[in-house]
Write a protein that binds this ligand. Structure first.
Ligand code: ZN
Length: 184
């Protein structure tokens, strides 16, 4: 996975969250409330003393897949109403509001604390990320079994696979097999 490119800043945070699971080969990083909390603490999204339970884990995984869904729109994917609803619910539950920092710049911050607030911070990262010109470089791998979030650094934004070595070649081989079967 070393050659899978990573974004920086809010885009990097969004990408890291979506990639807490490798849908194709595993592992799942968010296996229980403790691993979720450790991830949120490591990314400065929650206080170390906050409680995280099973329902928070369920919400976090749902939010993760909803974010994956909207990133998919950058590669021509359909945005499903369930994903939109999940994002809106996380935004409402965390009570996101505009807040001006000491630097004079506005950002969205949650009024809620704990895991609900942390989910709000992730939604705020998506919000801020979408305002960046490089948002469309954040893509999902074109392999339907992979759907890894990768950052397309190519000059003409043309990358389709998380890595050509794994998914690109596997997909080509699959098409080649279909092609030869149809001709037989
Ligand atoms: Zn892939």
């Amino acid at each position: 996975m070393a050659d899978r490119d990573t974004a920086e800043g809010v885009l990097g945070l969004v990408q890291a969250f979506v990639n807490t699971v490798d849908l194709q080969d595993g592992p799942e990083e968010l296996t229980d409330p403790n691993t979720l909390k450790a991830w949120l603490v490591a990314h400065d999204l929650i206080d170390a003393g906050a409680a995280v339970d099973e329902s928070d884990l369920k919400h976090a995984r749902a939010l993760r897949e909803a974010i994956r869904g909207v990133i998919g729109a950058n590669t021509g994917g359909t945005v499903y109403p369930v994903d939109v609803a999940t994002l809106n619910e996380a935004a409402s539950a965390s009570r996101l509001r505009a807040r001006f920092g000491q630097d004079g710049k506005a950002r969205l911050e949650p009024d809620a604390d704990g895991a609900v607030g942390a989910m709000g911070r992730l939604v705020a990262a998506v919000f801020a990320g979408m305002a960046e010109p490089d948002w469309t470089r954040l893509k999902l791998c074109g392999s339907s079994t992979c759907r890894w979030a990768f950052y397309d650094r190519s000059r003409n934004h043309s990358s389709r696979w998380c890595t050509m070595a794994s998914c690109g070649n596997r997909e080509k081989a699959r098409r080649f097999r279909q092609h030869t079967r149809h001709r037989a």
